[in-house]
Ligand binder design. Structure first.
Ligand code: NDP
Length: 469
């Protein structure tokens, strides 16, 4: 019997996804560039699943029912192009390739075009949830042609995470829509992770709380409106001890954050599309700063931080909790606005509420807050702020955020994402920004012209001698 589907790339994600698909009753052919990985996978992890290993591309392709459906879970970038090139001589028009890696959306755009010209169907599919999600139910964000999606919809809906609002998979939109949405998902993830880290920093260095104490606080928060995967793993992380030293595990981990690029890509796309995503941008910048450990160590000896130990009062902890909620909200606000703009600019046809729905389960940014966001999201209100109830919700948090920002300044603690959430909100709610002065400066030195508040038209004046036009 031929396999229903094939999967190439048997690293962490590929292995778990193949097992997930097979456990839903499908026969899966697998292939990996390095044969040893395939052998180990079959030996160590495959039990009674119908998984058929192949050690050359041709036999792998021949083992699939037609039209063939092949998921790639290989490293993003050139490996995806290399793998597609190897597959192409063996495929026929109507066959489908699904790139499930974290490919850049522009690469997906190019591959979609190149493959369409050859009659090969292509889906760029964001997969979120890490290895656990891949095995037990990820959030799937497929984009490409509807025709291609229809070929695999049944399988995707079966393997995706499930919530009370259905499976966490939907047809996201045209061409590179799926990878764009996955990229922004990761950008939001960067901002939320950094906001949590900033709150942890204040708890650790201002309130001098132990890891166990912090863990209990995050655990309690996870029962309320902050309930989310990232808060949940934070409390679990904080209570974990290092087996060697007996110290909290977080205290033996070097403070240098790595990144694979999806946060940076989100910021780059946002800057290109002209959408403000300051929380995401600063989360990326802060990971970059974290890398300069040597410089930070030297400079910390030249500048002694003034820290006044503060007691962790109930009010202060409430303010921290509210600030984190505010920052989380702004991360989603910025991300959804960016997706809405990309959908318009690139003609993706994304349904924003559906995107939020498929982020309710399986993925890293799943959070209770998403239910609230879904009540207010629309194409016109993608940034989610233009609603009285939302404003009332946020108004209830703003004094807390101000208190935390004051405390962070007082104690010289960097809180770039909490701070940028505040400034993003304050800028968007300011009718009269000082951009008039910037326009005047631009016109002064570069004759870049300006508009007036009292009449239509474009103006330029000679700033040192009077108006000329
Ligand atoms: P990696 O990103 O580490 O990629 C390893 C796989 O890519 C191996 O199967 C490897 O084969 C293959 N590969 C590398 N270079 C080539 C090449 N030139 N030609 C053919 N195959 C190649 O694996 P992950 O499982 O971590 O991730 C797979 C994809 O999923 C990536 O795009 C990743 O960004 C994305 N992703 C990962 C998540 C995670 O939590 N890890 C979560 C969500 C998405 P070989 O064994 O021969 O080296």
């Amino acid at each position: 019997m031929k396999s229903h589907i094939g999967l190439i790339g048997l690293a962490v994600m590929g292995q778990n996804l193949a097992l997930n698909i097979a456990r839903k009753g499908y026969k899966v052919s697998v292939y990996n560039r390095t044969a040893q990985r395939t052998e180990e996978f079959v030996k160590n992890r495959v039990t009674n699943e119908e998984i058929e290993p192949h050690y050359d591309i041709e036999s792998f392709v021949k083992s699939l029912e037609r039209p063939r459906k092949i998921i790639l879970m290989v490293k993003a970038g050139k490996p995806v192009d290399d793998t597609i090139s190897q597959l192409l001589p063996h495929l026929e028009p109507g066959d489908l390739i699904i790139d499930g890696g974290n490919s850049h959306y522009m690469d997906t755009e190019r591959r979609f075009k190149e493959l369409s010209e050859k009659g090969i169907l292509f889906l760029g599919m964001g997969v979120s949830g890490g290895e656990y999600g891949a095995l037990y139910g990820p959030s799937l964000m497929p984009g490409g042609s509807r025709e291609a999606y229809n070929l695999v919809e049944e399988i995707l809906l079966k393997i995706a995470a499930k919530t009370e609002d259905g499976p966490c998979c939907t047809y996201v939109g045209e061409r590179s829509a799926g990878h764009f949405v996955k990229m922004v998902h990761n950008g939001i993830e960067y901002a939320i992770m950094q906001a949590i880290a900033e709150v942890y920093h204040i708890m650790r260095d201002v309130l001098s709380l132990s890891s166990e104490e912090m863990s209990s606080i995050f655990e309690e928060w996870n029962r309320g409106e902050l309930s989310s995967f990232l808060v949940e793993i934070t409390y679990k992380i904080l209570r974990k001890k290092d087996e060697e030293t007996g110290k909290p595990m977080v205290d033996v981990i070097l403070d240098k954050a790595e990144q694979k690029g999806t946060g940076k890509w989100t910021s780059q796309a946002a800057l290109d599309l002209g959408i403000p995503t300051p929380s995401i941008n600063l989360a990326v910048v802060e990971r970059v700063i974290s890398h300069f450990k040597d410089i930070r160590t030297r400079l910390s000896k030249l500048y002694n931080k003034r820290r006044s130990a503060t007691q962790g009062s109930e009010e202060f902890l409430r303010d921290l909790r509210n600030s984190l909620f505010f920052a989380m909200f702004m991360a989603f606000s910025q991300g959804m606005w960016l997706i809405a703009e990309a959908s318009k600019e690139f003609g993706y046809g994304v349904n924003l509420s559906e995107v939020l729905r498929i982020w309710k389960g399986g993925c890293i940014i799943r959070a209770k807050l998403i239910d609230t966001l879904r009540r207010y999201i629309s194409n016109e209100n993608a940034y989610l702020l233009e609603n009285e109830e939302v404003m009332n919700l946020l108004k209830g948090k703003i004094d807390s955020l101000k208190n935390i920002l004051k405390a962070s300044i007082e104690n010289e603690i960097p809180v770039p994402v909490l701070n940028s959430s505040y400034n993003y909100f304050m800028s968007l709610t300011e009718e009269r920004l000082p951009a008039n002065l910037i326009q005047a400066q631009r016109d002064f030195f570069g004759a870049h012209t300006f508009e007036r508040v009292d009449r239509e038209g474009v103006f330029h004046i000679n700033w040192e001698e009077g108006e000329i036009g």
